[in-house]
Write a protein that binds this ligand. Structure first.
Ligand code: DNO
Length: 397
């Protein structure tokens, strides 16, 4: 396997490319985050970013830009599927610009309205480090009392509603604003627009009548349109799982389970239709058996996110534990991934990246930065994962 590292690009990341080298990574995972959602990437813009990453002074370890995370999928594609011809054409043009520059793995997601969602960006762990967390009560407080979503009550039991009320009442104005910022304003790397509360309500309204079957149909139409171009360009597309892997705000989500992925691979068998195997997202559901999913979809896995979420006693909340300490059996997962790689012709390596790290040590003194994407927390995660790979006789390539 090859060691990847997500980097947000110039001016958007407090972690430098030398930091990436010192962590031991060889492959950069990035996107043209400055291009507005829905606009086609140009060959020149991709080439410039590639040069920035790959051209280094003599003596420095080389890095390569091997994975794009993500080319965002505009909302209109999720709402209307194949009818969004202009946006789909732009997406294909971006693929072609990447292929022209030999960048051939592309990650994307198909979550409506919100991309990855957390309620706490600095949840204090027993060590004093901080972690990302999804607290169901704070989420419900937002949904019921800040967003005040129509029909939201039906999604919560009376006891949950009561706890959400108490949570909301106990929050200061500043805490409420911070929660809005965390949930509605889009976390770094998000592929959805930051939304004000009124815009959020409006966006939700625009999904009326779109259930899981219809959203899946739209994704299938999208894939039917883009996979021929991806195949021609030698690009593998990797669908990131929903995070968390269940419905939020009454919206359908269709990449949360083994059955979801099976349905998509059956509907669009193209070899370009692949998966980003994200252990942290999938691992939030106890019914997702991660080694079994990896075994079943091995041929489809072209990019991997490794992190371990820890489910909390209420069964809905979770936080991001250290990479080897959550609910994910990382050793079993890496065994499967290495076996998949070895079966591949030419041993075509799979890029993984240590996903989300704690804020710890010197990172605690820094302000700003991208939540979850600290230098030291991820460096620790990567070092632990690299240790497993060495121990199982498959040192990173
Ligand atoms: C969060 C990431 C997501 C992911 C997208 C994929 O840390 O896993 O932002 O990149 O959902 O399109």
């Amino acid at each position: 396997m090859r060691q990847g590292w997500r980097w947000y690009g110039p001016g958007r990341d407090d972690v430098s490319l030398d930091d990436v080298r010192q962590a031991g990574a060889t492959d950069v995972v990035t996107s043209l985050h400055d291009v507005p959602i829905g606009e086609a990437w140009t060959e020149a813009a991709v080439a410039a970013r590639k040069r920035l990453i790959e051209q280094v002074e003599p003596g420095r370890a080389p890095l390569r830009w091997s994975v794009v995370e993500s080319i965002p999928i505009p909302d209109v594609v999720k709402r209307t599927g194949g009818a969004a011809t202009r946006e789909i054409a732009a997406w294909i043009a971006s693929l072609e610009a990447l292929a022209a520059n030999d960048v051939r793995v592309v990650c994307y997601n198909f979550m409506p309205v919100v991309d990855w969602t957390r309620t706490d960006l600095d949840h204090v762990m027993p060590s004093g480090a901080t972690a990302l967390r999804f607290d169901q009560e704070r989420f419900a407080a937002f949904d019921l009392h800040i967003l005040a979503r129509e029909g939201a009550e039906a999604d919560y039991s009376p006891a949950e509603r009561e706890r959400a009320r108490a949570t909301f009442d106990a929050m200061s104005e500043a805490e409420r604003d911070a929660l809005v910022e965390t949930i509605a304003s889009a976390l770094p790397g998000s592929t959805t627009d930051p939304l004000s509360i009124p815009a959020f309500r409006e966006r939700l309204r625009s999904y009326r009548g779109i259930d899981a079957a219809r959203l899946r149909r739209h994704l299938v139409e999208f894939l039917q349109a883009v996979t021929p171009a991806a195949e021609a360009a030698g690009i593998r597309l990797t669908l990131h799982p929903d995070d968390p892997p269940r419905s939020l705000f009454g919206l359908p989500r269709i990449a949360s389970t083994e059955a979801d992925y099976a349905a998509l691979f059956e509907a669009v068998p193209s070899a370009a239709n692949g998966m980003c195997f994200c252990t942290g997202s999938l691992g939030v559901r106890p019914d997702n058996d991660l080694p079994a999913i990896a075994r079943r979809f091995g041929d489809r896995i072209h990019f991997v996110h490794l992190r371990a979420t820890k489910r909390e006693p209420d069964g809905r909340s979770f936080h991001e534990a250290s990479h080897l300490e959550g609910d994910v059996d990382m050793v079993a997962v890496l065994h499967e991934l290495v076996a998949i790689e070895r079966r591949r012709t030419g041993g075509d390596p799979i890029v993984f990246r240590p996903d989300h790290g704690h804020r710890m040590l010197d990172d605690l003194a820094k302000t700003g930065g991208n939540p979850g994407y600290t230098a030291i927390g991820r460096l620790k995660g990567l070092a632990e994962l690299r240790g497993i790979l060495h121990a199982i006789g498959a040192p990173p390539q």
